[in-house]
Design a protein around this ligand. Structure first.
Ligand code: HEM
Length: 441
């Protein structure tokens, strides 16, 4: 009994020790605290359940915060010049106290963020959370599209950071990545020139990637994230709220409530109206403080712990300095683009004098088609409002299966590209040795 009591006390201390004595005190806490200010006063029980959202969106944002904090410290130590970039990273790794840990945390959070944002997108799809439900005046498809922009932003942030150590891994991954982009018809070469700031990867590229990485992309990501969260508020909460409204008996359903918002009073024309039938507040919702605040803090602690432990366990690579005249074999794109590199290689077909350009298929057409499909999907999904905010709704079974099969395909190709491809992109099992001098006649 004593142990249970002490564990409870410790849990409260670590997570959220302050418990409001009344609803009014809980509401006041939000109004008075700048960090809590963006919370709603109350949240529905379903939206703070561990098993609905899996908190992957929150984890993604915590990872972004870790990246920002470690990134700011790294900016004091890193020099974005071709002559000094590699040496400054080497100093961070071997000379600066705990520099290796700082760099490892930054790198690990970046990899984890790509993975969690992807998983968050999968969760949103299979719960049908991009669909409007019973509430009136919501625009959830728009938030899905903002999410897609966030995904692209996350990938670009990671890609631009990849070049900064200026080692062989960085140099050749960016070479492969930007070569794929150059396969676009007509504008391909121009895109490559624009990305590199010239015809070759040089000082112009490094400074371009650096400025994008430390300023423009983070600013865009923060702005999109703010919009993403604002939309959730305007949509009356997470999509599961609509589900909860459906499960209520007609006599329990509160009369339609209409809330009117205008952005700082400066929007003109129509304001956004949110009408929700869900809010049988007493039964279905809890005060945000401490219920939501404690969970967010717990997710933050667990994410930080995960990043710290994995940064200690997993080594952070730093290869030989970038050397444009020594091409590694194989030269691989960053892992999250390896599924595309795999398709690029597999679809490069030579038939006599005719060559099907794999870079065009895998690098431009396929990602382009997938993006257009993803934007269009919420508008073509004709399933009923019963399928909004529900894990694996039977009505959406077919589309969930197709989506999951596609995701599995991407994951499989990524695994093949990462672990099973050797010199000349030949296939090797993990236990097979690569030839020491890969020569092909
Ligand atoms: C940097 C990337 C992203 C961040 C930081 C982020 C953050 C969040 C957070 C904190 C939530 C609240 C629920 C949760 O924790 O899961 C959320 C919900 C949502 N996100 Fe994201 N997100 C990101 C990317 C995406 C992507 C790639 C998509 C889809 C393409 C997406 C679509 C949505 C939608 C539709 C919701 C509402 C879900 C619901 O109502 O159940 N987000 N996001």
């Amino acid at each position: 009994m004593q142990i249970v009591q002490s564990t409870k006390k410790l849990y409260r201390r670590l997570t959220w020790s302050w418990i409001p004595r009344s609803d009014k005190e809980a509401g006041d806490a939000i109004v008075k605290n700048i960090l809590l200010h963006w919370f709603p006063h109350k949240v529905s029980k379903g939206s703070i359940s561990w098993w609905y959202s899996l908190w992957l969106g929150t984890m993604s944002f915590v990872l972004f915060v870790i990246l920002t904090v470690t990134g700011i410290v790294l900016m004091f130590l890193y020099v974005p010049s071709v002559e000094r970039a590699y040496a400054s990273v080497k100093d961070i790794e071997y000379v600066v106290s705990f520099g290796w840990f700082l760099r490892a945390m930054h790198r690990m959070s970046a990899h984890l963020m790509v993975a969690t944002v992807f998983l968050h997108m999968v969760r949103v799809f299979v719960t049908g959370a991009y669909k409007n439900g019973r509430s009136v005046g919501t625009n959830r498809p728009l938030n899905w599209i903002i999410g897609l922009a966030l995904l692209i932003c996350t990938l670009l942030l990671s890609f631009t950071g990849y070049l900064l150590p200026w080692d062989q891994l960085a140099y050749w991954a960016i070479t492969v990545g930007t070569n794929i982009a150059s396969a676009a018809p007509i504008v391909g070469e121009k895109i490559r020139y624009f990305l590199l700031g010239g015809n070759t990867i040089d000082q112009g590229t490094l400074i371009r990637f650096y400025v994008l990485h430390v300023f423009f992309l983070p600013v865009i990501l923060v702005s999109l994230f703010a919009w993403h969260m604002w939309r959730i508020r305007k949509d009356g909460g997470l999509a599961v709220v609509d589900r909860e409204a459906l499960s209520q008996k007609p006599e329990q359903v509160a009369p339609v409530k209409s809330k009117t918002y205008s952005l700082l009073g400066i929007t003109n024309g129509t304001t956004v109206h949110v009408q929700t039938r869900m809010v049988n507040e007493e039964e279905n919702s809890l005060p945000s403080v401490p219920n939501l605040s404690r969970r967010i803090w717990l997710v933050t602690l667990v994410t930080m712990l995960l990043v710290m432990v994995s940064s200690i366990i997993v080594p952070t690579p730093l290869e030989a300095p970038a050397n444009p005249s020594v091409t590694p074999n194989p030269a691989k794109a960053p892992w999250y683009f390896l599924w595309l590199q795999e398709i690029v290689t597999d679809t490069t077909i030579k038939l006599g004098s005719f060559t099907l350009n794999g870079a065009l298929v895998g690098g431009i057409l396929l990602p382009g088609i997938l993006l257009v499909l993803a934007i269009w999907w919420p508008y073509r999904d004709r399933s009923s409002i019963n399928a909004t905010g529900v894990w694996f709704a039977p009505e959406r079974k077919r589309q969930n299966l197709i989506f999951l099969a596609l995701c599995l395909f991407v994951i499989l190709l990524t695994i093949v590209g990462t672990f099973l491809r050797g010199p000349y992109w030949d296939f090797y099992w993990p236990w097979e040795a690569w030839p020491t001098t890969p020569i092909r006649f």
